[in-house]
Design a protein around this ligand. Structure first.
Ligand code: NAD
Ligand code: ZN
Length: 353
């Protein structure tokens, strides 16, 4: 679990104070990975104080993090500084948060990040790392994984060392998120809840967080009573609870298939989940019905025909990626999932998308 967290509008102002206790020396910098959407945004960046060799690195978020990118970022730090950083800070959405987590892990674990994709392969504690979400939904701020696209698969580095040491939850930072993106990333949270709550891995821990996040999502995306600020506050907490729910269970069919789309076509996580989830009524009847209501209420168009021009070999790649995520299928369907989920069934579903 995340060791420390502060919550509240304006809590981002505490960043300096929090970090000052963690500085290891003049040659051990804080490295800030900041979503490049904030480049030139004085309101946000003026509150990041750089001392000694500290550095802000703006990260483009067009593409999701890859193992090659992480290895390069780690090498850059090692070549530039004589000492390991005092801390790594990620300020952004799931993309930037995952980059911060992965870099902090790979600074203390030898070799290439692709070799750590999987469960509990990390051997050494990470560099002190701080997560500051600027968009709500992924739960990356609280989860024990950092999802990377590698040479052979899209899979997280799941470990007890992955969670942030400190998180700052300041809902005000989400104020300029574009509406479509708000919906796609918010639905990531909703889908986490549905997949966790209907899964065979469910337990009282996951259920208690999942139910809370599910209720918050319904209030935010279907209700009419919340102010803009209340909705921002609540979505940030929904994301947190949704992430906590899957931390002790698993995601399911939508995530497995969305990883296939992401790997082959570069479709991003939030929108990919929406594209897939729209067709999963056979697996999640209640969740998909509610999702369709939310989509209609907010006039959101989900892309169609993304798989229209694919060839069999490409479908096979997506199906391989999806099927390789065995724990997700076991959670969704049960131990006998291989008798139910066939390549033909996945092909038929992908062809609808
Ligand atoms: P994202 O981080 O790619 O951000 C989406 C878009 O929103 C970007 O264009 C970004 O610039 C913009 N944005 C972010 N904050 C903004 C703000 N305050 N104002 C204006 N624009 C803003 O998307 P995401 O949906 O947050 O994250 C997706 C990533 O998270 C994927 O890489 C996925 O694999 C990962 N993920 C990780 C976990 C985990 O547990 N580690 C869970 C789910 C998803
Ligand atoms: Zn997700």
């Amino acid at each position: 679990m995340v060791s420390r967290v502060v919550f509240g509008r304006g809590s981002f102002n505490q960043l300096d104070e929090i970090l000052s206790l963690k500085r290891k020396g003049r040659n051990a910098p804080f490295i800030f990975y900041v979503d490049d959407v904030f480049k030139g945004n004085h309101w946000l960046t003026s509150r990041i104080t750089l001392s000694y060799k500290d550095k802000i690195i703006y990260v483009p978020t067009k593409e999701e993090p890859s193992t090659g990118q992480i290895d390069q970022l780690v090498e850059d730090i090692i070549l530039e500084y004589s000492e390991l950083p005092s801390g790594i800070i990620g300020i952004g959405g799931g993309t930037v948060l995952d980059i911060a987590k992965a870099v902090s892990l790979m600074l203390t674990n030898k070799g290439e990040s692709k070799d750590y994709q999987g469960w509990d392969l990390i051997k050494h504690a990470a560099i002190y790392h701080v997560g500051i979400p600027t968009i709500s939904g992924t739960g990356a701020e609280v989860s024990r994984t950092t999802i990377l696209t590698g040479p052979v698969r899209k899979l997280g580095i799941n470990s007890d060392f992955t969670p942030f040491d400190q998180v700052i939850l300041d809902p005000e930072l989400t104020k300029d998120v574009p509406k479509d993106q708000w919906f796609y990333t918010g639905m990531d949270c909703f889908v986490h809840c549905v997949e966790s709550l209907t899964g065979t891995y469910l337990n009282a821990f996951s259920e208690s967080y999942g139910e809370k996040a599910y209720e918050l999502c319904k209030e935010i995306f279907l209700g009419d009573s919340l102010s803009v600020e209340e909705a921002q506050d609540k979505l940030m907490m929904a994301s947190w609870h949704g992430g906590m729910s899957i931390a002790y269970s698993q995601v399911g069919v939508a995530h497995a298939m969305s990883y296939g789309l992401g790997y082959l076509l570069g479709v991003k996580h939030g929108i990919g989940n929406c594209i897939v989830f729209d067709h999963l009524e056979a697996f999640y009847p209640e969740g998909v019905a509610i999702f369709k209501q939310m989509k209609a209420k907010h006039n959101i168009e989900i892309p169609v025909g993304v798989c229209a021009d694919l060839e069999q070999a490409q479908f096979d790649i997506m199906i391989d990626v999806a099927l390789s995520l065995e724990p997700l299928w076991e959670n969704a369907i049960g131990k006998n999932w291989k008798t139910i989920i066939t390549r033909e069934k996945l092909l038929e579903l992908y062809k609808k998308m």
